[in-house]
Design a protein around this ligand. Structure first.
Ligand code: HEC
Length: 247
């Protein structure tokens, strides 16, 4: 009897924990639909990262030349598209801004993004990039749905355009939580479809940065399967050979 009671209590506790963590983030994340095997997407993501993020954030675990090799870029493409004049191809992706300035400007130091995809997860990142909106009450005039009161300016607003938050009226509320929606007030240089694709590329790139060996594993997987196929074939041939005289 006691055991049953314990089990019941444990079950209730787990159920409560589960529902609490589900309710924790009150915004339904969007799916990043990431695809690490898409090299073109990784290349575009790398370009976005270098152009829009590296001025504040580093990715200090990542070396340029390793990235070039993984993403199928030539030395020339690497230098002309992705590197600033001062960087050597063997150096890591570090940032020019020093911590004191960063603190003065943003009140926080922009974190290194080497392993951000592992701590936040792809869907969080993608949703974060998609849900910046104008909020005049904030220091930089922007806020974010998955990172409320964020200290990062919307560095891609020129691409995305200006989003505003709109509270939904009672009869408009459709899904579980969002009682609000983002409305694109004025378009940026990218159409909404292109911008979300850009953000998928960027997310894809950050996943790769967090775990570059994943790409190697992909390649290895194919080799292993080929090897097994050949082995199956050989074993079968051998089997036939052995049993030829018996049958
Ligand atoms: C002008 C400087 C600046 C630029 C450029 C910038 N960021 Fe940020 N970013 C920040 C600051 C500051 C924070 C910390 C925000 C906070 O803690 O409130 C931040 C936070 C983040 C976070 C959340 C980190 C966490 O705490 O989990 C992510 C992810 C991120 N930035 C990604 C990017 C990406 C990707 C780009 C390029 C598209 C970019 N940032 C460009 C300043 C910048």
């Amino acid at each position: 009897m006691r055991i049953k009671q314990y089990l019941f209590a444990a079950f209730v506790a787990l159920a409560l924990l589960g529902s609490a963590s589900a309710a924790g983030g009150n915004y339904d994340l969007m799916s990043a639909r990431s695809d690490l095997s898409n090299q073109a997407s990784l290349q575009r993501g790398a370009k976005l990262f270098v152009n829009y993020c590296l001025s504040c954030h580093s990715a200090s675990f990542m070396r340029y030349n390793r990235m070039a090799e993984d993403l199928g870029l030539t030395e020339e493409q690497l230098i002309s598209n992705l590197m600033f004049a001062s960087d050597k191809s063997g150096s890591t992706m570090t940032v020019a801004m020093n911590e004191k300035d960063a603190n003065k400007w943003f009140g926080v130091v922009p974190p290194d993004l080497s392993v951000i995809a592992r701590s936040r997860g792809p869907d969080w990142l993608y949703s974060y990039f998609m849900t910046f909106y104008r909020d005049d009450a904030r220091p930089f005039g922007v806020n974010n749905l998955v990172f409320p009161s964020v200290g990062m300016p919307h560095v891609m607003e020129r691409l995305q355009g200006v989003q505003r938050l709109r509270e939904l009226k009672e009869d408009e509320v459709r899904s579980r939580d969002p009682k609000r929606e983002l409305v694109l007030e004025s378009e940026g240089s990218r159409s909404p479809g292109k911008f979300s694709k850009d953000m998928r590329d960027l997310t894809n790139f950050l996943i790769y940065v967090g775990e570059p060996v994943k790409l190697e594993r992909y390649g290895l997987g194919i080799k292993v399967i080929l090897f097994l196929l050949v082995l199956t074939f050989l074993t079968r041939a051998l089997y036939k050979e052995y049993w030829k005289d018996v049958h």
